[in-house]
Design a binder for this molecule. Structure first.
Ligand code: SF4
Length: 381
């Protein structure tokens, strides 16, 4: 394709986006062509971002909890997992978990993000107990817990249905589900990364069932390893199709691969340009997902700030105790203060708004961090 043809193609895409029409697989792949100026793709994504979410940059006050890193699987991109007998391996006690809950409460967290390894000596009841323990002691904190990979493992452990597992966890206090474990759906790539864990069909089925039982979930894509543009767009379209059926995804989070300490450490980490292009293309393809998040832990603060003009409207949270990407070489700080996160959103020219996990506004009337209330849903686009 020559330059003239490329410009004509981009004009057609621009017209479709302006008319709020859906982009095709081929159009998505075209937008990944490095010859298509990133700046122009970003501008188009920003149009959608502002149409859907105005000038707001969302954040939340949250903490991470990884109750165990012992895992039966060996995903090639994972630097977090450990064997049972490895000195690095751990499983947290009730006291340690409650200590994290107390710390989250004192720091004004509205959410605990809970994921971990699949520990072959811990029964389903232990994972359920983690949720129940926190829900009973800190009922105000929203528990966003267990990826579809873990739910799939619980199905295997209990020999019960997905629906049974999810409803049982809801009874224990589960509030919503994170979007991890999606990686890249296309089997050409998935089989190279993580051939044993929940497959694409299972991941999508679990999220569909979660939506059916009333749980909102997030969705993700791990990019920048062995996949091509085709695999990324195929992935986004599979998410878009499920969202058409259920409407249960609240935010999409593109996750940049971090190679350090993984079995793919020979691969270079994606560049900031690839990060921004992926953010923008995701915003353009996922016309039915309200929010797109620039996860600062993974992207780095500067790229996350820039991403707020390339399709993202959310920057994630203050975050405490992040292990998964720091084990894989992330050099971002382990935690930002509320003032820091608000300032970096303001520096990007956006209005910072604190949200809770399911995108309600959070109101804080006093200096007391534990004194917060959940307000109205953030405006829908
Ligand atoms: S990504 Fe998750 S399932 Fe895969 S090895 Fe790491 S902890 Fe285990």
């Amino acid at each position: 394709m020559n330059n003239h043809e490329r410009q004509a193609r981009f004009r057609e895409i621009r017209e479709k986006v302006e008319a709020e029409q859906r982009l095709s697989l081929d159009e998505g792949i075209f937008l990944y062509d490095p010859q298509v100026p990133l700046q122009e793709v970003g501008e188009l994504a920003n149009l959608v971002r502002e149409r859907k979410n105005g000038n707001v940059g969302y954040y939340n006050i949250n903490t991470h909890l990884n109750p165990t890193n012992v895992c039966v699987y060996r995903c090639r991109f994972c630097a977090f997992r450990s064997d049972l007998r490895d000195p690095k391996g751990y499983a947290m006690s009730d006291e340690q978990i409650l200590h994290r809950g107390q710390e989250a409460h004192e720091n004004g967290c509205t959410e605990m993000h809970i994921v971990g390894g699949l520990h072959h000596q811990r029964p389903y009841e232990w994972y359920r107990h983690v949720i129940e323990l926190l829900a009973e002691n800190y009922p105000k904190i929203h528990l966003k817990a267990w990826t579809a990979v873990e739910i799939n493992w619980f199905e295997f452990q209990t020999k019960k249905s997905i629906r049974w597992v999810l409803e049982d966890l809801q009874q224990a206090g589960l509030g919503s589900m994170p979007g991890g474990g999606a990686e890249i759906f296309h089997p050409e790539v998935r089989d190279q990364l993580c051939e044993h864990k929940a497959n694409t069909h299972e991941w999508l089925k679990i999220h569909q069932t979660a939506h059916e039982v009333g749980l909102r979930t997030n969705c993700t894509m791990l990019y920048g390893h062995v996949e091509q543009a085709y695999h990324r767009i195929d992935h986004l379209i599979r998410l878009r199709e499920l969202q058409d059926r259920t409407g249960g995804f609240q935010v999409f989070i593109p996750l940049a691969f971090h190679p350090e300490n993984t079995k793919l450490s020979d691969i270079k980490k994606p560049s900031a340009l690839m990060d921004l292009r992926t953010m923008a293309v995701s915003r353009l393809m996922l016309d039915n997902v309200q929010h797109v998040k620039a996860y600062w832990i993974m992207l780095g603060i500067e790229t996350a700030q820039t991403a707020l003009a390339y399709g993202a409207d959310d920057i994630d949270g203050t975050v405490r105790h992040e292990l998964i990407y720091h084990d894989a070489g992330a050099t971002t700080p382990e935690c930002l203060s509320v003032d820091q996160i608000r300032q970096l959103i303001q520096e990007a020219g956006r209005e910072p708004v604190e949200r809770d996990t399911v995108y309600n506004r959070v109101h804080r009337e006093s200096q007391d961090l534990t004194d917060w209330t959940t307000g109205e849903p953030v405006a829908a686009g």
